[in-house]
Design a protein around this ligand. Sequence first.
Ligand code: AMP
Ligand code: MG
Length: 420
Amino acid sequence: MTDPIERRKPLMPLDEALERLLANAAPLSRHELVSTFDADGRVLAEDVVSELQVPPCNNSAMDGYAVRLSDVALPGTELPVSQRIAAGQAAAPLAQGSVARIFTGAPMPEGAEAVVMQEDTEPLDDGKRVRIQVLPVAGQWVRTAGEDVSRGAVILRRGERLKAASIGLAAGIGRDQLKVSARPRVALFSTGDELVMPGDVPPEKMKPGAIYNSNRYFLRALLCRMGCEVTDLGIVPDQRAATIAALQGAAEQHDVILTSGGVSVGEEDHVKPAVETLGSLDLWQIAMKPGKPFAYGQVRRTNEEEGFAYFFGLPGNPVSSFVTFLLLVRPFLLKLQGVIDVTLQPVPMRADFASTRPDKRREFLRARRNEKGGLDLFRNQSSGVLTSMHWADGLIDHPAGATISEGDTVRFIPLVELLS
Ligand code: AMP
Ligand code: MG
């Protein structure tokens, strides 16, 4: 039985919970070298310094003609074409009183000061000569050496989560491998005797009270997106002994154990007492909606591998599970991988709806941007309605005890930020 005093304890504010969690997250000391091709989404464990400048030399930004300014005093000047320089070729110095035919990316010949784009010229004598129709300006259509990256520049920093542009930048200075933080090893299991795996029982044969296990699917997907190596331990029955055995097994070989369901106050909720038996429960119940029955703690390892695994018990309700993952587990996993700044930046947006019922807890409302530049609210904010998460493109961070009138400015956290 749950102690009624314990049940009445004030819930912990989300910010305090997050602060405590992050203070506990010691970045993993394991690193690995990965191909730059495979580094998207990984967290850098080194500063990346450029040994060369990009671009390596002055080059043309257009297909056209490289010219010396003093040779083109008037529009309509006709000059001989003394050389042809394509990308990848070396250029000879530009002969006085001539132009060079040049293509995008080709090195500028010594002495040339500008490029006249081909659209502003007229070829004569089968391309042997050219008429320059427009007066060039110094440096026009020239990309200067080092304008992108200078030699010795730190182009990427330790603790940065790599994205498509970062790996392109690393490749651009010749890096085929990058040192990144190891993937956190995460054991995942769901609890709930009502749960059935899609594929095991067809919809028409589902017993009364049975539901399909949706959390297992999205939590696994979210973990993979966060760069984790996931061990999926399936469904654990609502029994104390089975829960203890699953947690104990999961603590070995994993950095983190993530469960869904069974952390509330009912007699069928065995996860919390099981964690207390095997280690410690440091946080339980957060003042947020959805997501109150969130638990965090540690499960001791019993084998020769020392230490403990971090434990996260997410609520069973799918939206609660999803939202607590995004707001609490995600920053923790980033910090484990060495990301330094894991704070979110909500953006101010206009509410195109009213929400008149204040809640005692801070709420995260499922909302979507509309074409008028405001936000619409999903019609049903119940923590069991996963459609709201699918429909939404962000969460409104709504303070406890407040209401929203149409036109009010609210704090919006775009899901793209939380899912990348
Ligand atoms: P619990 O936290 O175990 O009390 O579960 C709360 C609610 O979430 C119940 O209605 C469960 O049936 C539901 N639920 C628990 N786990 C899952 C899951 N893996 N997928 C879908 N719904 C779930
Ligand atoms: Mg349950």
